[in-house]
Design a protein around this ligand. Structure first.
Ligand code: 3PG
Length: 305
């Protein structure tokens, strides 16, 4: 049995060591393809593997067709919008994610970006504090919950909107549930995005929604760039000089936005929310264990297709 770790953005070494230990203890072989520069390298590397561990790497129909022996692909992380699920199913490949394993890392970065934004990108001018501000968590999943826990320590007033999460789960965490995105954006000074990229959410953060935000509003995106209607965000920021946007997923118009919005806009050079040793260890080793459990016991608990 051959397991390939294909990560354009590599895990910390210590996480790869942990994955190797799990894979080799099961009697399987581990192959590594890190920092690859072209899809051709991935197509070549998957040709003879039985299992695949990826991060944001694209596993599309072409990759699945090239992976003749593949039985399982595990996205070491939460979002699986980078896997063509229909094609995986058509090729009899089980697709899984590792929910919750990297959420604290992403949540910590969300709060880090918030502090950076309200301190004017650390440019030395007088900023504001998060204490007493209203935080709106858009989607209350694993990352949203961690954001709530940390933001409580900052003394923020916390609200959340999640169409799929019962009010009780929020109330138990001391979070006030709201029942529409419009309500959340109208209520909160800071919005932290934690929605997945789906057909329903793509482009959903648009001019109309952003217009609801109060003066001095801040949008923090550690989720996906596809959920933002970029043209409308730019239009909105051109009109609303008080509004700030900080993101861990660089927009296509990064250069233009940097020029236009100076200290009101920031994007990390490469998505780094889950880029910690701890998150890599948690998600990477969980992925390896899920693969072994799938082959040895047929466990499909985290299957998403
Ligand atoms: C996720 O969906 O788990 C996060 O966006 C992290 O993605 P990454 O593994 O590419 O850092």
């Amino acid at each position: 049995m051959k397991v390939l770790v294909a990560t354009e953005k590599p895990f910390a070494r210590v996480a790869v060591d942990g994955i190797r230990e799990v894979v080799e203890q099961a009697g399987y072989e581990l192959a590594l393809l890190e920092k690859y520069s072209s899809k051709g390298h991935l197509l070549e590397a998957v040709a003879d593997v039985d299992a695949l561990i990826i991060r944001s790497d694209n596993v599309d129909a072409e990759v699945l067709a090239a992976a003749k022996n593949l039985k399982i692909v595990v996205r070491a992380g939460a979002g699986y919008d980078n896997i063509d699920l229909a094609s995986a199913t058509a090729h009899n490949v089980v697709a899984m994610n590792t929910p919750g394993q990297n959420s604290n890392a992403v949540a910590e970065l969300a709060l880090g970006l918030m502090v950076m934004a309200v301190r004017n990108m650390y440019n030395g001018t007088s900023g504001t504090e998060l204490k007493g501000k209203k935080l709106g968590i858009h989607a209350y999943g694993n990352v949203g919950r961690n954001v709530a826990r940390i933001a409580k320590g900052f003394g923020m007033e916390i609200y959340a909107y999640d169409a799929y999460c019962p009010d009780e789960a929020m109330l138990n965490d001391g979070v006030t549930p709201l029942h529409s995105a419009e309500d959340l954006y109208a209520t909160c000074d800071v919005i932290s995005l934690h929605i997945p990229a789906t057909a329903e959410t793509k482009g959903s953060i648009n001019y109309a929604l952003l217009s609801k935000m109060p003066k001095g509003g801040l949008l923090v995106n550690t989720a996906r760039k596809e959920v933002i209607n970029e043209a409308e965000l730019i239009q909105f920021m051109q009109e609303r000089h008080d509004f700030r946007y900080v993101t861990d997923i660089m927009p296509a118009a990064d250069q233009k936005m940097t020029e236009l919005f100076e200290s009101r806009y920031f994007a990390t050079p490469k998505k780094m929310g889950a880029q910690t040793a701890e998150a890599n260890i948690n998600a990477g080793i969980a992925a390896a264990k899920q693969i072994v459990d799938f082959f040895q016991n047929g466990n499909t608990r985290f299957q998403v297709n």
